[in-house]
Design a protein around this ligand. Structure first.
Ligand SMILES: *Cc1c(COP(=O)(O)O)cnc(C)c1O
Length: 461
């Protein structure tokens, strides 16, 4: 399997190069050059998550990683999950189900991909005799999942920039109490946007980038999408027949994985995108025009996104794999903040996708309704997905699976405001508020951050 850029002007690469590279040189995203057919023959209904995961992902990595090594990595990655099913299903009644993606170390669905991707990075870098420094800017959630994916891996340093005093205690502590020499937390005296600007500037400094082996694990990395295909397959297999899915959507990575599951043979007749007030995707689905507005802060902050970068991978399909046409479309969108995708392409999309958006009041109402009807507490992201599932469901005869992307205890204030019940942290995080913290406060200053990384990462030493 080779990977090609959605913009058609970068060299094709194998899996491990795509893994380490992230973005293609022409600014595009890497996609598989052909559609493998899932081979699940011989797996019975009792097959474990890891068994299915290895079978589903193998065609994407074959030829670049040894099969036994790959199986060991997948096994280890999902042994960190606290539920034996890894991604268990919960029955909500009336054919609605939750697929709980939050049983990993940081209580959110990013763990499913990053537990695997951190290990894949380490394996490949070690094989090459290289090291890398992963740099991440976070407003709270992604940072801890990336740290947990990289902690203790000998070929990696991870540096996470968060805005000083602007993330919740629990979020900060999930990052700063990880006691590993390769984990470096920087609290920047500034905003999340300042953190992002610093990371961008670090990557733009090519001499520095090469010196410390700067790398990213962001949501455009193909390996993250690949890891997310698996739970669509396991959920559908557990339910036995065709199943629809509803996904609280931000960067479009999660739902894109559902689309890949479908196109490689999993019977998924419908995919529903749920948005919060940042509803660019919902407006796009309704009008065929993708148009940016400002970002609105909501109670589902991991979906407060203006431009969903993984949409480019779907556009590549809708533009019939014509990289030049995608490059033109993305240039138009970047210049004008507006892209008209056209009636025919949207008709193709509407065969599978539906979309609905919900503001914070509607999100709280869904949390309350679900709690009243079932006793189950859901987080605000999951609530957006479930509300969209209820509104857009096409066939009440088919199971509808909403992806539960965060543990309710990760967003206790919103859940308590909606239900009056404060969800407790799981036992293994009982002492989170007593653990020792380790982080450095730095000015919002590129030179200070650069110097700090050089003195603290092993690469700089
Ligand atoms: C990242 C995230 C999302 C959005 O997922 P995308 O792949 O960016 O669409 C939804 N919910 C939670 C809790 C997240 O952390």
């Amino acid at each position: 399997m080779r990977y090609v850029s959605t913009r058609g002007a970068a060299p094709s690469l194998g899996f491990t190069d795509v893994l380490l590279r992230g973005l293609a040189d022409d600014g595009g995203l890497y996609v598989p050059d052909r559609r493998p057919t899932q081979d699940l023959a011989g797996l019975d209904s009792g097959a474990s998550y890891v068994d299915v995961a290895v079978r589903v992902m193998w065609p994407y990595v074959a030829g670049t990683i040894d099969r036994d090594a790959f199986e060991a990595i997948v096994t280890e990655a999902y042994a960190t999950f606290r539920d034996p099913a890894v991604v268990p299903l919960r029955d909500l009644g009336d054919g609605h189900w939750l697929a709980e993606l939050f049983h990993g170390p940081t209580l959110a669905f990013k763990d499913v991909a990053l537990q695997l991707v951190g290990r894949l990075f380490d394996h490949e870098l070690t094989r090459r005799g290289e090291r890398a420094t992963i740099v991440v800017a976070t407003s709270g959630d992604t940072g801890s999942a990336a740290i947990e994916g990289c902690r203790g891996r000998s070929s990696l340093d991870i540096v996470v920039l968060h805005p000083h005093g602007r993330v919740s205690d629990v979020q900060r502590r999930q990052m700063t109490t990880v006691d590993e020499p390769n984990v470096h937390n920087i609290a920047v005296e500034g905003t999340f946007d300042d953190c992002q600007a610093l990371v961008k500037a670090l990557f733009a400094d090519h001499a520095f980038r090469d010196r410390v082996g700067l790398s990213a694990m962001n949501s455009i990395n193909w390996a993250r999408v690949m890891a997310q295909i698996v739970y669509y397959v396991t959920a559908q297999r557990t339910l036995g027949g065709p199943a629809a899915f509803s996904v609280p959507t931000g960067n479009f990575g999660n739902i894109l994985a559902g689309w890949f599951a479908r196109t490689t043979g999993t019977p998924i007749p419908q995919l529903v995108m749920g948005s919060n007030s940042n509803d660019i995707l919902t407006r796009w689905a309704a009008t065929g025009v993708m148009e940016t507005t400002g970002v609105h802060p909501t109670i589902s902050p991991s979906m407060d996104i203006q431009v969903s970068s993984n949409v480019e991978r779907l556009l590549y399909e809708l533009y019939e794999r014509d990289g030049r046409a995608v490059a033109d479309a993305m240039a138009t969108f970047a210049d004008s903040g507006r892209l008209d995708v056209g009636v025919d392409r949207m008709a193709q999309m509407a065969e599978v996708f539906d979309a609905a958006a919900f503001d914070d009041d509607a999100t709280r109402a869904e949390i309350r309704r679900t709690h009243d009807a079932t006793g189950v507490l859901i987080d605000p992201h999951t609530a957006v997905g479930l509300a969209a599932a209820r509104r857009c469901r096409r066939d009440p005869g088919l199971p509808m699976v909403t992806l539960a992307t965060a543990h309710p205890a990760k967003f206790p204030d919103a859940v308590e405001a909606a239900t009056g019940v404060r969800p407790p942290l799981p036992d293994f995080l009982d002492d989170l508020l007593e653990r020792n913290e380790r982080f450095d406060v730095l000015a919002n200053d590129l030179e200070a951050v650069r110097a700090h990384i050089l003195t603290h990462s092993n690469v700089g030493a």
